[in-house]
Write a protein that binds this ligand. Structure first.
Ligand code: 5RP
Length: 279
């Protein structure tokens, strides 16, 4: 149950438009509880997932559905609003097999980029967000489908809790890179040797493809039948744009989890409320 009064204030930052909103739990969740206690992480994720849909998804839109434990709640909200009739004529493009399955279970009509090359909006989580709203994504292994869908959206709305906000990308979360299986050790060596990689160590993901924990022996296989390599940094990435460019030139890579210059807005849930940062 919901247990907090959520505070939103307005502020400005020089690099990005930045505002915080004051919401009550009643407005966010439709309950009449008034007790002010701490929200759980799942409640925070639900709050930003629902807010992203409420603020950005309108009837008739083509909507990109992200992947992960935060995006889950945005998908849930789209399903609820379609079922209630509040939203009509939505079609959606999922960014992973598991999001496709969730959307199907909620009777959300699905299409693909083959029939709909432009999306009105895409909503997704992230693993890290820097002050310029550049992202690391792909902790859940869906980075290729996320990037191809989100790069095709007029608006890309990122939903995170405060723990994902960092001063610089790098040490706080490894950078995933999807690679073809052919001669993967060679590709990993070439990735490690990139100047902008700053000596980061390449680790082949094993076990579940949906996280970067060591939870199995077998090499993890992505939705696209590829491998996932997680680059571990000791230092902040100095130049994400240069790094993205250099990775793109390594033969054998499919896509990387640096999402540079793609974000429209980030909706951030923290203990003190919801903050929205616009690019
Ligand atoms: C999946 C992703 C996710 O968006 C990212 O890992 C964040 O997930 P969560 O909301 O579960 O923390 O990039 O590939």
């Amino acid at each position: 149950m919901l247990r907090a009064l959520v505070v939103l204030t307005l502020a400005l930052s020089s690099a990005t438009a930045f505002h915080t909103l004051r919401l009550t739990p009643q407005r966010v969740f439709g309950t009449s509880l008034k007790m002010a206690t701490k929200l759980t992480q799942d409640e925070l994720k639900k709050m930003v997932g629902y807010k992203a849909v409420d603020d950005h998804v309108k009837s008739g839109m083509v909507v990109g559905l992200g992947t992960g434990s935060t995006a889950y709640f945005a998908v849930e909200r789209v399903g609820q609003k379609l079922a209630s009739g509040e939203l009509k004529d939505i079609v959606a493009i999922p960014t992973s097999i598991r999001t496709k399955e969730q959307a199907e279970s909620l009777n959300i009509p699905l299409v693909t980029l083959d029939t709909h090359s432009r999306l009105d909006v895409a909503i997704d989580g992230a693993d890290l967000v820097d002050p310029a709203l550049n992202l690391v994504k792909g902790g859940g292994g869906a980075l290729f489908r996320e990037k191809i869908v989100e790069a095709s959206a007029d608006k890309f709305i990122v939903i995170v809790d405060q723990s994902k906000i960092v001063d610089a990308l790098g040490p706080a979360f490894p950078l995933p890179i999807e690679c073809l299986p052919f001669c993967i050790e060679h590709t990993m060596r070439n990735l490690e040797a990139l100047p902008a990689m700053q000596g980061a160590k390449a680790v082949l993901r094993r076990g579940s493809s949906a996280n970067n924990k060591v939870d199995g022996e077998e090499i993890a296989i992505s939705d696209n039948n590829c491998y996932l390599v997680d680059m571990h940094f000791d230092e902040p990435i100095k130049d994400p744009v240069a790094l993205a460019d250099q990775i793109n030139k390594v033969v054998g890579t499919v896509e990387h989890g640096l999402f540079v210059g793609m974000t429209t807005s980030v909706i951030i849930a923290g203990e003190d409320g919801i903050t929205v940062k616009d690019a």
